[in-house]
Design a protein around this ligand. Structure first.
Ligand code: FHN
Length: 584
């Protein structure tokens, strides 16, 4: 790209906070439903962050910068010219497109999205638009996206490209690099001389592109976002565009990073998650989510109707870290055993239960049991359906069941047949409906009463998102704005009598320390002081899981569990995430 000497950059620096994902429209269905059909069915994808930053691996000049490693240039405030010196060292000779694609396939993933150009501005493909690309600027000289496109075609996976449309820290005219380019840049120039021509290259040189994944729309104008969308539609009408294009445009919503929601958005959506904390490779990040955790996240997303895109960060040599690859293979074995319950499934009307969640497909309800009851029975209350049979998905072993008091009781083995998650299939004739979503208290399981499902008086539902030092995003739904007399209440049905520990997960900043709240369940009530948990700094929320006491549920039936403000100090300094009833 020829650099403009006229107007130079000086965009506001892009902050790392949740606002950078842009406002995405939650309006329901829109034209393009057919275009989205493959996406709707696919459910599970591989996301790949790979660029020059992978060569740095989270370190600059010998110093480790903790955080998301693809932001190393930003974290270490590296001038663009100096950052270019990474390119001659970037020689990913161990890159093997077919191996990556086969790994994705072995994990059960149906499509891949790879960073074609991240905020660093480096094109991971042959580009005539800018020499800052992998073919022209590195000793590698190959175009990995070409190789991946070919491998994906061979293995039957779809391929999409991530393109950072707004931030480009290499270009003075783009947004994001305030440490290097001090003056005002001409964003239109960057848009028309780099972003649009490069996206055109991606859409014309690599065969059918499944989707263009835009990111951090920042202050991009409506016209610019529309222009990008029109170009994608014109060049490849079948190509999807994610909601981070900005201005409510695009085919579907990408939730916040690493966000596994409790309730489903109304539009088509995805969760983008990452295997450890960072997206790109960082030498110091080994916090791999286990196969069990990944499967649990996958089925919780799919159970609400979303897609789960899981990121891996290959090294500067082009290798997906061995620990990550090995865990993905374990996930894939689980997915392959249980594939019928995942691909092409619909969200289930049952909602999340203490034992897990469920999906739905052509007369079958798939119960994903993440927390296996130890008493030999799985209870499914609130299900309004004519259940003809029940069996374990992987072995097809039939399970006995009965119905009593509106509760389906399935006899299950004492030990979970699958240590990751066991799927039980219910064969159903006719319509499947459910009532009392998420309102049941199970004996022997941890029952979570989450903020979004509470009925509130004089306080309100809210949400907090923040990133920890190591780059991991966290999201919590909360009840906020407490004052004296505020209350949150859950109307629940206890399935059996029992003893429980009653716990509250809350944040209390110093201003609210010593506030007094009152809990009640049936006839039992007691007040308790809230204790300071810290939090507040850099928008980080510090939740404490506090045991408040032991409580007896004398008999099965309906109860109201509530929490009320008696003497609340610093009304914005207390946040309630959830109450839990845990077996004693
Ligand atoms: O800034 C990027 C980040 O580096 C990463 O690419 C994630 C993936 O969703 N998107 C942005 C932050 O949300």
């Amino acid at each position: 790209m020829s650099k403009s000497k006229t107007k130079l950059a000086g965009k506001r620096e892009e902050k790392i906070d949740a606002s950078m994902w842009g406002k995405q429209s939650t309006r329901q269905e829109r034209p393009g439903a057919t275009r989205c059909e493959w996406f709707r069915r696919s459910k599970f994808a591989m996301f790949i962050h790979w660029g020059l930053y992978s060569q740095a691996g989270g370190r600059w000049k010998g110093k480790t910068y903790y955080g998301i490693a693809e932001w190393i240039m930003h974290l270490a405030r590296v001038p663009a010219k100096e950052y270019e010196t990474l390119a001659p060292r970037f020689n990913p000779v161990d890159f093997n497109a077919i191996e990556w694609v086969r790994l994705a396939k072995a994990a059960g993933m149906k499509y891949i999205v790879i960073t074609a150009k991240h905020h660093e501005g480096f094109a991971m493909f042959r580009s005539k638009v800018s020499r800052f690309n992998i073919v022209d600027a590195t000793p590698f000289k190959r175009d990995p996206l070409k190789e991946l496109a070919k491998a994906c075609r061979k293995e039957g996976l779809k391929l999409g490209f991530y393109y950072s449309q707004y931030q480009d820290w290499h270009e003075p005219d783009a947004a994001g690099n305030s440490w290097d380019f001090k003056q005002k840049g001409d964003f239109n120039k960057y848009l028309h001389e780099k972003a649009i021509p490069q996206i055109k290259e991606l859409l014309t040189n690599y065969g059918p592109v499944a989707l263009i994944w835009f990111d951090t729309p920042g202050n991009i104008s409506r016209e610019a976002a529309q222009e990008l969308l029109d170009m994608v539609r014109k060049l490849q009408p079948g190509c999807l565009v994610n909601g981070r294009l900005g201005h409510g445009l695009g085919d579907y919503i990408s939730l916040g990073d690493q966000e596994v929601p409790l309730t489903a958005p109304k539009r088509l959506w995805e969760t983008i998650d990452t295997h450890n904390d960072t997206w790109a490779y960082a030498w110091c990040d080994h916090r791999w989510k286990s196969a069990r955790e990944l499967v649990s996240r996958l089925v919780r997303v799919v159970g609400l109707g979303g897609n789960y895109a899981l990121n891996v960060g290959p090294t500067g040599r082009g290798v997906i870290p061995a620990e990550s690859a090995s865990i993905l293979r374990q996930v894939g074995q689980w997915v392959s055993r249980n594939s019928e319950s995942i691909y092409g499934s619909e969200p289930s009307p049952l909602g999340r239960q203490a034992w897990g969640c469920s999906t739905l497909k052509s007369g079958k309800l798939y119960l994903h049991v993440l927390n296996w009851p130890s008493d030999g029975e799985l209870w499914v209350p609130g299900l309004k359906a004519n259940v003809k049979g029940a069996y374990l998905l992987t072995t097809r072993r039939n399970l006995k069941f009965s119905r009593k008091g509106g509760i389906l009781r399935i006899q299950i083995p004492k030990l979970a047949p699958d240590s990751i998650a066991t799927v039980i299939v219910l064969d159903v004739a006719g319509a499947i409906k459910a009532r009392g979503r998420g309102k049941y208290v199970y004996n022997g399981l941890v029952n979570e009463m989450d903020a979004p499902f509470a009925k509130l008086v004089n306080c309100r539902h809210g949400k907090r998102s923040w990133m920890e030092k190591f780059g991991d995003w966290h999201h919590v739904d909360v009840v906020e704005n407490w004052s004296n007399g505020s209350s949150a209440r859950w109307d629940v049905t206890a399935l059996k009598p029992g003893m429980f520990s009653l716990c509250a997960d809350y944040e209390c900043q110093p201003d609210a320390e010593g506030s007094e709240l009152e809990m009640s369940l049936g006839e039992t009530r007691w007040s308790f002081p809230v204790l300071c948990t810290g939090g507040g700094a850099c928008g980080r929320v510090r939740i404490r899981h506090e045991t408040l006491g032991t409580i007896a549920i004398p008999k099965a039936g309906k109860y109201t569990l509530s929490i009320r403000g008696l003497d609340v100090k610093g009304e914005s300094a207390f946040l309630l995430q959830k109450l839990t009833l845990e077996p004693v």
